[in-house]
Design a protein around this ligand. Sequence first.
Ligand SMILES: [Zn+2]
Ligand SMILES: [Zn+2]
Length: 334
Amino acid sequence: MEFFEYISSVFADFSNPKKRIFFGYLILTILIALIWLVTVRRSPVKRAFQQVFDRKILFSPSAKADYKIFVVNRVFTLFISPLLVSQLAIATALYYALHDIPYLQRGVFSDVSTGVIVALFTATIFLVDDFTKYLVHRWMHRWPMLWAIHKTHHSAETMTPITVYRTHPLEGVLYGLRGAVAQGTTMAVFLFFFGNAVDLYTVLGVNALSFVFHVTGSNLRHSHISIRYWRWLEHILISPAQHQVHHSIARKHHDKNFGVAFAVWDWLFGSLHLSEPDADLKFGLQPSEAHPSRLLDIYLRPFRDIARILRRRMSKLKDTIEKRPTAGRSVRDP
Ligand SMILES: [Zn+2]
Ligand SMILES: [Zn+2]
């Protein structure tokens, strides 16, 4: 790949409406933040601009690390993506597998009007995607080996929209597989039961609901602008302030608000935490888990942590075999 081609592929997400950092969404994010600061927080306009473009946040060591990780991760994505199993492969395999189940009737709902089928598919794929993201995110916090990987994201001490890319490439692989399984399965089931009318309502080529999620400020989740929703709405949709709670270092905020768009999953499974007025949140990891700031360490640390967990598991197993008691540990207290 030529150098120029590589550079343009690194920044392709800024011109791709399927990505959260599409420049159109970023402009809207800035507008929403300014309007909120001026109308709700009663900030003078000049002060609101200073708050949105706070140099101490945009150029903090943590933010600079985010920018570097963003560029480096693009290289990994270019190499890893072609190796991942595609949603189309899963959809095709499952679609034909459904034919072999005798009591399932293909095309049983094909008489339903096209508009209803498309609306149903658009909503279902968005919901399934959001729920599986919730599940995987929850597992990332519960299982020590996955937490070793996800810690990279939580090591951010300041947040900008680019922080969403502050993830270890292994997390990218896991989420890529999740997306393929979730979307491939939904596609296969819909095509089997509803027939060829299955399609998506899209805006700029993006699922209409994802588009709504992004134009209403999804980028503010990773920012210092803590927009809160009404209490009732924070039970349904995750507000930017609620995701900031998820990043808070405070122990009472640990393992809360795993949701992406919908808060209902957190509400249903007991991990919901509503935002608090004037909360002065500190982001990052516990001092005991302090993450290295050198780029190479950021990438290597999860492998070292996983090796340490495996060694600990082995010695625990040895202890069990030798009938020696061992103490249990929490994921966030290694
Ligand atoms: Zn998390
Ligand atoms: Zn986050």
